[in-house]
Design a protein around this ligand. Structure first.
Ligand SMILES: O=C([O-])CC(=O)C(=O)O
Ligand SMILES: [Mg+2]
Length: 389
């Protein structure tokens, strides 16, 4: 397999929603197409990738460093024993002359290309990515379905408690039983009223509701908020403090007993390892949300998985951020705890194959080669022109 072209565009994913830290009024995503010379059913295999919401399109990094490095590598240096591109070797080629540490957003650019390479390799093998991953890295074991939860509950101009309840109800109508909402932008009392409103449509069952602070609180604020919500026994309390402040996580974990969740803004195995070493998180309940599309891709995610195992963490404690089909394949193929889903935001990049229903907050995977983008028509409508250039 040779890479014959790599094309990229910047797609807008802007909207009027806000979390406690940012609004999404100018949000963008890079979409890449990696074109190869492998022909399946008369057409060249093309792999697609994109970055998750929350980080902007890394077009400069892609065009100045990572795409040129892939295109200028000798094909034999990228190839595995099967004659296809080996994503691990491609990763090494992309990261040539990059120093350790200070991961910045190069991890996003590498993640976008890594996603496309895995899509291409699975397509060339004519298998879904989840099957390829299960066979290569999980003893052949794939889960029949993935647990998914509906992430939303954003702050939105003019949206009151009824609007929030309508949104949550609509997720339940679409087959989700667990939902997530944003907190931390408004005074505590106001957020508590929002949480109680959401709980009212969830039979007052806290295990069906997650709240997400997006790293907004100081440790003091996080503890105060934690005391206020502890009686609800929520599914998880997400990114309560700055994602890189491991000591603050450790301190909070001493006073907040129910599950914490974090990791969507840690972009490397080394950052994840620091969290696990120093963040005081509890392997019996807390949730790790590293997003392979933002953090150097699946090659790095496999390193993170091995690191977690060495520290006594089950992959079932991982529920990636990002709501994309890439992480969904990884969740099923590597036996993770599930995946995020955005039924109403960040379209068309979130979600599943068109024909796949959500039942009891679980989805099955389509049996089509690659990541499955072709089975999601609104997304493929964005991707196909990128491949055609
Ligand atoms: O609002 C965001 O930035 C997305 C986010 O945190 C999540 O999906 O957990
Ligand atoms: Mg989050």
């Amino acid at each position: 397999m040779r890479i014959t072209a790599i094309r990229d565009i910047v797609a807008p994913i802007k909207s009027d929603i806000a979390n406690a830290y940012i609004d999404f009024s100018t949000m963008t995503a890079s979409v890449v197409a990696v074109v190869t010379d492998v022909v399946v059913e008369g057409r060249p295999v093309v792999g697609f990738g994109f970055n998750s919401n929350g980080r902007y399109a890394p077009q400069g990094l892609l065009r100045e460093r990572f795409i040129p490095r892939l295109l200028s590598a000798r094909p034999e240096d990228l190839q595995g024993e099967d004659g296809l591109v080996d994503p691990h070797r491609a990763w090494a080629a992309m990261m040539r002359n990059e120093k350790p540490g200070g991961h910045g957003e190069r991890s996003v650019a590498v993640g976008v290309l890594d996603m496309a390479l895995w899509d291409a390799v699975a397509k060339a093998n004519r298998v879904p990515l989840w099957r390829l991953l299960a066979d290569r890295y999980n003893g052949g074991e794939a889960d029949a379905t993935a647990w998914v939860y509906a992430a939303g509950g954003y702050y939105y101009p003019g949206k009151g408690l009824e609007g929030l309840q309508d949104e949550m109800r609509s997720y339940l109508d679409r087959g989700y039983s667990t939902v997530k909402m944003k907190v931390g932008l408004v005074p505590l009392e106001e957020d508590l009223a929002r949480i109680e409103a959401a709980l009212a449509v969830l039979d007052h069952d806290g295990s069906r509701l997650c709240v997400d602070v997006n790293g907004r609180f100081s440790l003091e604020e996080a503890i105060r908020f934690g005391h206020a919500i502890a009686p609800y026994n929520l599914r998880w309390y997400e990114e309560p403090v700055d994602p890189l402040d491991y000591l603050a996580h450790a301190a909070l974990a001493t006073v907040y007993a129910p599950p914490l969740a974090t990791g969507e803004n840690l972009f490397s195995m080394q950052d994840a390892r620091n969290l696990v070493r120093h963040g005081g998180l509890r392997a019996d309940r807390d949730i790790l949300q590293f997003d392979p599309a933002l953090s150097y891709g699946l090659v790095e995610y496999l390193r993170t998985r091995d690191m977690l195992a060495a520290h006594g963490w089950s992959p079932r404690r991982c529920v990636p951020h990002g709501g994309h089909q890439f992480a969904l394949n990884i969740a099923v193929g590597l036996g993770l705890g599930g995946n995020e889903s955005y039924p109403d935001v960040f379209a068309p990049f979130g979600g599943f194959a068109d024909s796949v229903p959500v039942r009891d907050s679980r989805v099955a995977m389509p049996d089509i080669p690659g990541i499955g983008f072709e089975a999601k028509s609104a997304l493929y409508a964005v991707m196909r022109p990128v491949a055609e250039g």
